[in-house]
Design a protein around this ligand. Structure first.
Ligand code: BG6
Length: 484
């Protein structure tokens, strides 16, 4: 456990993010013994309720099996150091009241130095007033102040710049922790180790050996009731511009000088800067329609009729640097597909033809979820009295190899990093800027800001995606290997 006195304030404590991610992660860290000693957690939201009501809510957020005695006991302990303050997000006196509560907590610490970590689990409309009130009224003068913020960080390059500069009036880059929760995922964190701790991986990691790379995100459910929010953003802002681009930057960055946050992020920014904005012709957009007894996107009452918002997108990015010139990086993501899966698939080039015919390419697959795995498709001689090569796999499935390991939740990893003041797995301001630069032109095109909007192609709910996908990836040299 960390030694510093710390108070964690969760703003938006009764919202969806707090319920699904923030509180379960805080509790997970507590159970594992990672929260600072004498930590206190204060929830803040508009809903009026007393601590008893708040504790009841928190208990409902934390999933512990009925027969897990230790877990049940830990929930009781957890409640002892959590309390609640109600107040508005744009109302100064409420923040003054919050500050009094924080001071009262800190006055009981032996050393009066205490850090404050503010977690904004809030909609973007109130980011700026809350950041300002926190700075003006709840900023500790004795310890470190840190603020965690979540996407959306604007809707395009310009709005992102406006948001960042407004937040910067109150909070420095060093105090700010911008979450992209994919950076907290175990397998995403493993990519740097796979790449830079293994010469066998590192050596063929370039245009000479690699034909194409796909980074894929698939979800088996639609926007169900969340369509109003989704329609304003679309799949590109929801998943590609942040989560998949982050994974891409880690797959393609040069080796950082050290594992320090700044060295890592310098390299990520450098590779992203070598990517020009996406071309329309490198884009495939889809929208799901009713099938298999499930409603289509446009059947959702919260979605405007005739919306052309994509729920599926495949886009190909090109990196103009000596390592990657000419290698297509295909990012694809969709809702309402046939399965839940996030993976990176690196397809190597053909071996020089001659002695072998019709053999499969090597592929390295990094499966981020579900069921973390790394596997390499290799050709092997068929055992026995023949010389035929057959495709096989070298398979590192975590469940089999690390049978005892508990894979932490992304939010657990990230909150712990923020408590430690480590920015490595948070998004730096200039990273956001380059990310928006890459995607803004196609987003504006989709929204009809530069001519008529493209119409997404339909795909059935529960399918593998638009039928055009096969020829789309084929165009970039992907060759289907033998079925898995
Ligand atoms: C969020 C998106 O950022 O990531 C959601 O807004 C998406 O639409 C989610 O479902 C996916 O996260 P995970 O951790 O379930 O892969």
């Amino acid at each position: 456990a960390l030694k510093d006195n710390t108070v964690i304030v969760v703003l938006g404590a009764s919202g969806d993010l707090a319920k699904k991610k923030t509180y379960p992660a805080l509790f997970g860290l507590y159970r594992m013994g990672f929260l600072p000693k004498d930590v206190k957690i204060v929830g803040y939201a508009r809903t009026k309720m007393d601590d008893a009501e708040y504790h009841k809510r928190i208990t409902s957020y934390l999933k512990v099996a009925d027969d897990d005695q230790d877990g049940q006991a830990k929930i009781q302990e957890f409640k002892q150091f959590t309390s609640y303050v109600s107040g508005g997000y744009e109302d100064g006196p409420s923040f003054a009241k919050l500050n009094e509560v924080l001071q009262a907590i800190e006055s009981k610490y032996q050393s009066k130095e205490a850090n404050r970590l503010f977690y904004l689990a809030l909609p973007p409309t109130v980011f700026i007033p809350v950041a300002q009130h926190l700075k003006e009224q709840c900023y500790s003068t004795t310890g470190k102040n840190r603020i965690i913020v979540e996407k959306p960080f604007g809707k395009d390059l310009e709005s992102c710049r406006v948001l960042l500069s407004s937040l910067k009036q109150h909070w420095t880059e060093d105090e700010t922790f911008r979450i992209d929760h994919y950076l907290g995922k175990e397998m995403v964190k493993n990519i740097l180790v796979l790449r830079f701790a293994n010469i066998a991986m590192n050596a063929p990691w370039d245009k000479n050996s690699i034909s194409n790379v796909q980074i894929t995100f698939k979800e088996p459910f639609g926007t169900e009731g969340r369509g109003g929010y989704f329609d304003e953003f679309g799949i590109i802002r929801d998943v590609l511009q942040n989560h998949l681009l982050q994974v891409l930057s880690i797959i393609t960055m040069e080796r950082p000088v050290s594992f320090s946050a700044e060295d890592i992020r310098d390299e990520k920014v450098k590779v992203l800067r070598a990517i020009p904005p996406i071309e329309r012709s490198d884009t495939l957009l889809g929208q799901y329609v009713a099938a298999n007894g499930k409603p289509g996107y446009l059947d959702d009452d919260t979605v405007p009729p005739n919306s052309v918002c994509p729920t599926y997108a495949a886009t190909t990015l090109w990196i103009h640097n000596p390592r990657w010139e000419g290698v297509p990086f295909i990012l694809k993501a969709g809702k309402a597909l046939n399965e839940a899966k996030v993976e990176v698939r690196i397809q190597f080039k053909d071996v020089t033809q001659g002695i072998f015919k019709d053999i499969s390419r090597n592929e390295l697959v990094i499966r981020i979820q579900p069921s973390e795995a790394v596997y390499l498709k290799l050709n092997t001689k068929t055992p026995g009295l023949n010389t035929r090569a057959i495709p096989t796999e070298m398979d590192l499935t975590y469940k089999r190899r690390f049978t005892e390991a508990k894979i932490p939740e992304a939010y657990e990893a990230l909150i712990l990093d923020a408590l430690r003041g480590d920015h490595s797995n948070f998004v730096r301001d200039d990273e956001l800027d380059v990310a928006w630069r890459i995607f803004t032109p196609i987003l504006h095109w989709i929204e009809g800001k530069s001519g008529p909007s493209p119409k997404p192609v339909p795909y059935p709910y529960g399918s593998r995606g638009p039928k055009e996908l096969e020829s789309f990836i084929g165009k970039y040299g992907y060759k289907r290997t033998v079925p898995e």
